[in-house]
Design a binder for this molecule. Structure first.
Ligand code: ZN
Length: 317
């Protein structure tokens, strides 16, 4: 049978009565067609002038092309590299689909949904999520200032996707064996200032400790900040030890705020995070920080286009 020309196909499509669902499919498909050259140009631009990822030498010469990218040979260690060597995106294929995929990241689509929209397999969609998101989420504020709220949220530890469990499987999903916060819970620590800067940390399992607060918060808190938290003892000890002014709200006794002293912004973040996560139907503990980093990126609204995300992810770590 003779194959249809584009004009014939287009005429048929324009004559067809398209339902709302058909139109959505068609729009998504068209939006997913991208020019691979655009993606390559952005990657090369993000890496321009980068030293050799193997030895740090800045002297390198061009040495052919590979996977659509310029390849370089280092004049010092003689090894080759391209713009993505040493980044989370190294060796990922199908670059023509990356920008449409990153649009799905901006839209918080599920693995399955993004796979359908972009036209890749679900396992590819999953792999890409956990390469692009950690790459892009390195775009984070270095420090917080003025009034800083800090609080943790706990999620039941999850081994979703693991082939072998390190414990007996839970019956009926998410119920801890003990009451309260225990080693069965992942702790996600979030700190934010009143200028819209947010930092997130997966501190490990169980209640947050002074040492963990010190390791996570100390580098991000100048000594002139005012730290606000709930009444947990760990914060008081950490603040005393770090020489940081600290105020706490007695949340357990029903106290909400004393003027500017409250943790409502960070608590708001936690509750948004919880409702945003629902669509993913449970996330594995080892990816928890990727999800909080993802929401943090969306919230910060600094990277708002697929190109922004790509450039951030293509920067070396
Ligand atoms: Zn080198």
């Amino acid at each position: 049978m003779r194959s249809l020309t584009f004009d014939e196909l287009f005429a048929m499509l324009s004559a067809a009565a398209l339902s709302a669902a058909d139109l959505t499919r068609l729009r998504e498909w068209i939006a997913s067609i991208a020019d691979p050259a655009e993606c390559i140009a952005l990657i090369e631009q993000a890496a321009a002038g980068r030293p050799c990822p193997h030895c740090g030498c800045t002297r390198k010469h061009r040495c052919g092309q590979a996977s659509g990218l310029q390849r370089f040979r280092c004049l010092n260690c003689r090894r080759t590299c391209n713009a993505l060597t040493g980044t989370p995106l190294a060796r990922l294929r199908k670059k023509e689909r990356w920008l449409p995929y990153l649009q799905c990241v901006l839209e918080s689509r599920t693995v399955r949904d993004a796979a359908r929209v972009v036209g890749v397999h679900r396992t590819t969609s999953f792999r890409w999520r956990h390469r692009f998101v950690p790459g892009a989420m390195r775009d984070r504020p270095e420090s917080l200032s003025a009034i800083v709220e800090a609080d943790e949220t706990y999620r039941l530890e999850s081994q979703k996707g693991s082939r072998t469990l390190s414990r007996r499987p839970r019956k009926r999903g998410g119920v801890a064996r003990r009451r309260g916060i225990s080693r069965e819970h992942d702790c996600l620590l979030v700190a934010c200032d009143r200028n819209g800067n947010t930092l997130d940390f997966h501190t490990g399992r169980g209640p947050v400790t002074v040492a963990q607060l010190d390791r996570c918060l100390r580098p991000a808190l100048p000594t002139d900040v005012l730290l606000v938290s709930d009444g947990a003892v760990a914060y008081r000890r950490f603040a005393a030890q770090a020489g940081i002014t600290h105020q706490w709200v007695n949340v357990q006794a029903g106290e909400r705020a004393r003027g500017a002293i409250h943790v409502q912004n960070v608590n708001g973040w936690h509750s948004r995070f919880k409702s945003w996560l629902v669509r993913f139907r449970g996330v594995a503990s080892r990816y928890l920080i990727n999800y909080s980093g993802w929401l943090r990126l969306l919230d910060a609204r600094r990277l708002i286009t697929p190109a922004h995300l790509l450039c951030a992810a293509a920067k070396s770590g």
